[in-house]
Design a protein around this ligand. Structure first.
Ligand SMILES: [Fe+2]
Length: 253
């Protein structure tokens, strides 16, 4: 059994400040405490982007200070709210792959591919600059083995227009690469701050709430933030199945 945790959209700001009436750093600390209490045996924790709300060095410094408390191993991804250079300045041990914060990790026979969909200055996501080719190569190496793709921006419309307008825009070329290899079992996204799942051309996908604030379920009109409970996802992979649990960590004990 492979156990992965997905934590997304932590949106850190300057320590002590509030964002939408909630303290994102306190939420991260509560999330880490819950993981340590309930899922210290996880094989990996994936933070799927929007680590910082404004890409501030102080936010990355606070993250760096808190992460050693997390018991399972972890990987960090970027989202549209992040600042790649500020992030890499705080985490110089993370080597940017061709200038991007992307990674391929093999655990228990499964390949996890963590994309970098941040396009500097844009809210929408992109996979240009060699990122799609990099994905193509990583999936090719995993020929015959199951692969899981983590992406901050989902490639699919979730029928909330304000979010669909800023999803991953290179979805058609991405689909071409995924279909070419045929070994991707699930796509895990962040960005939308909503618990959503479904399939995209036969490939299952899911997204989840952030740890600080959420997207109100607005299916027409402007985006609104609300304070539905924060969550992280527990992903269990075994015997040809991928199971995703959403865990409201402030209300679970
Ligand atoms: Fe976000």
């Amino acid at each position: 059994m492979l156990k992965i945790l997905q934590i997304s959209d932590i949106h850190l700001i300057r320590p002590g400040e509030m964002l939408f009436g909630s303290d994102p750093l306190a939420r991260l600390e509560a999330c880490i405490a819950d993981v340590n209490r309930n899922h210290a045996d996880a094989d990996l924790v994936v933070f799927s982007g929007d680590l910082a709300n404004d890409g501030l060095p102080e936010a990355y410094a606070a993250l760096k200070e808190r992460l050693p408390a997390l018991l399972p191993p972890y990987r960090l991804m970027l989202g549209n709210h992040d600042h790649r250079a500020n992030f890499l300045a705080a985490f110089p041990e993370i080597l940017a792959d061709s200038g991007f914060v992307q990674a391929s990790v093999d655990i228990k026979g499964t390949r996890l591919i963590l994309l970098d969909t941040l396009e500097t200055g844009m809210v929408e996501g992109r996979l240009g600059g060699g990122r799609l080719e990099w994905l193509d190569a990583r999936l090719g190496e995993a020929e015959g083995r199951p692969a899981l793709v983590f992406t901050h921006h989902p490639p699919v419309d979730i029928h909330m227009p304000a979010l669909d307008n800023c999803r991953l825009m290179d979805s058609q070329p991405l689909l071409g690469v995924l279909q070419k290899h045929g070994n991707v079992r699930h796509i895990f996204a962040g960005h939308v701050h909503r618990p959503v799942c479904g399939s995209w051309h036969g490939i299952p996908f899911s997204a989840l709430r952030g740890t600080n604030h959420q997207s109100a379920p607005v299916f027409a009109g402007k985006h609104r933030v609300n304070l539905e409970p924060p969550a992280y996802a527990i992903i269990l992979v075994s015997d040809g199945s991928v199971v995703v649990h959403y865990h409201d960590f402030l209300y679970s004990d």
